[in-house]
Design a protein around this ligand. Sequence first.
Ligand code: PGA
Length: 250
Amino acid sequence: MRKPIIAGNWKMNKTAAEAKELICALAPKVKGAVCDVVVCVPFTDIALAAELTKGTNIAVGAQNIAWADSGAFTGEISAAMLKEAGATYVIIGHSERRQYFGETDKTVNARLTQALKNGLKPIVCVGEMLAEREGGKTEAVCRTQVVGAFEGISAEDAAKVVIAYEPVWAIGTGKTATDEQANETIGYIRSVVKELYGEKLADGMRIQYGGSMNAKNVEGLMAQEQIDGGLIGGASLKPDDFAYIVNAAK
Ligand code: PGA
């Protein structure tokens, strides 16, 4: 049995003062959760979020990680910095990074390697654009992204990775993949992981759905056999909605 994992992706939202308000409202609402609960916050909120979630069942994550240990990489953030601030998870290869900041399968692989080397728990995002789905290329795109992300990663390390399947056309659009579409594509992604690392590892790997997941559609999505949780953007900014999603993940 795979333990579900619900992660909030705050994106570029919430100042420290706002983060405090959100976390304080959220913590008591999710304390009975049976899934893993993560909030992936802006860099400037990590230390505060780590402090506020001490003694709770909420883990703190970042939204990016540099592939190098340190040095001349203006605007990047290192694994050591993230860990010292209190992050234990990190999102890698989100489609917004791929679309707006030039992230490629190669850089995703380099960041993933660095996260694993430093004991951070990676959430690696993959997913197709609308034109790719309409062109029948969903599986090919997901395959390329998964194979690229895991290049050179040992099975021991791969077993620590969470994948988030996020169809780009469903992110922030209010348009969710149907339960069946999400289940089918996640099942396909699991088959690619199986090709790379074998059945046992693939069966144990947690693969989330992401893209307009909310309090209204969570039950249908979570009822699907292949779906092991969610990466939640918009709805993670509202404590009641996010708590509802967390508590529905059984
Ligand atoms: P959304 O974002 O829930 O707002 O669609 C999900 C994500 O981008 O991780």
